[in-house]
Design a protein around this ligand. Structure first.
Ligand code: PGA
Length: 248
């Protein structure tokens, strides 16, 4: 596990967007694992710029998003379908709809759809590069504390901490869905390369606990210690605190 301080969100986002573009240029059928949330917004902005600047053909790029809220249709403003559309997919016509995968949050049997999603990852994978944020409670995807390390894509209950953290994107905390469909920890671990981004004071505790090294389900991100190829990009705010506490 490599910890890299790229000083701020902008520089880290530029760097990771560049890595993704290099990957697509060298492997046009790259399989990307995509994440949402506030952490990723600038990364997608730079990615769009670089995709257009390099006139990339994205037809063969395959994407799998980590999660979606249960109950939100793809058209819902707060859905992660819409997040991806507005921040990435709508800016380039060469994205191939057949290759873009985001778990469905609506439908008669979400468990069956989740199972099919997992099958699709197995069929198209392995994921070459998996993007991750980290929750204040140490979750990755919507794999909340206590999640089994063997978990696969399925319906999950969100914890009060996550509902509170994500309420910034909703008018009212009561509007935040209480469930989601999320890739599991085992699904995430199947990726060849994992890139986790964490910025700002709110993420200090989660990153600090992660680097302390204990591998336990009460900190879902700690499973990443068992993966051979993980980069963790942080900013000065997090890195300086880690340094002060002798964690790096
Ligand atoms: P955030 O969410 O990027 O909105 O902070 C990250 C996460 O909860 O995984």
């Amino acid at each position: 596990m490599r910890v890299i301080n790229l000083k701020d969100k902008q520089l880290a986002s530029e760097h990771v967007a560049t890595e993704i573009v290099k990957l697509i240029i060298s492997k046009p059928n790259t399989v990307l694992g995509l994440a949402t949330g506030g952490t990723m917004t600038e990364l997608y902005q730079y990615l769009v710029e670089l995709i257009n600047a390099n006139n990339l053909d994205l037809n063969d790029v395959v994407t799998f998003n980590l999660d979606e809220y249960v109950g939100l249709s793809p058209e819902d403003k707060q859905s992660y379908h819409e997040y991806m559309q507005q921040r990435l997919f709508k800016y380039n016509d060469s994205w191939n709809d057949n290759n873009i995968h985001i778990p469905s949050g609506v439908g008669p049997d979400l468990e069956v759809e989740a199972y099919n999603y997992e099958q699709k990852i197995e069929q198209c994978g392995p994921i070459d590069l998996q993007l991750l944020g980290i929750g204040e409670n140490g979750h990755i995807g919507f794999n909340e504390p206590g999640t089994s390390f063997n978990s696969r894509t399925r319906v999950v209950n969100l914890t009060p901490s996550t509902i509170h953290a994500n309420s910034v994107n909703f008018d009212n905390v009561d509007d935040v869905p209480v469930q989601a469909v999320s890739m599991g920890l085992s699904s995430i671990m199947g990726a060849k390369h994992i890139v986790l981004l964490a910025f700002g004071a709110k993420k200090i505790d989660a990153v600090k606990r992660l680097l302390q090294g204990d591998v336990a389900t009460d900190l879902p991100a700690s499973i990443l210690h068992q993966h051979p190829n993980v980069d963790i990009y942080v900013d000065d705010v997090i890195f300086n605190k880690l340094k002060e506490d002798n964690e790096v």
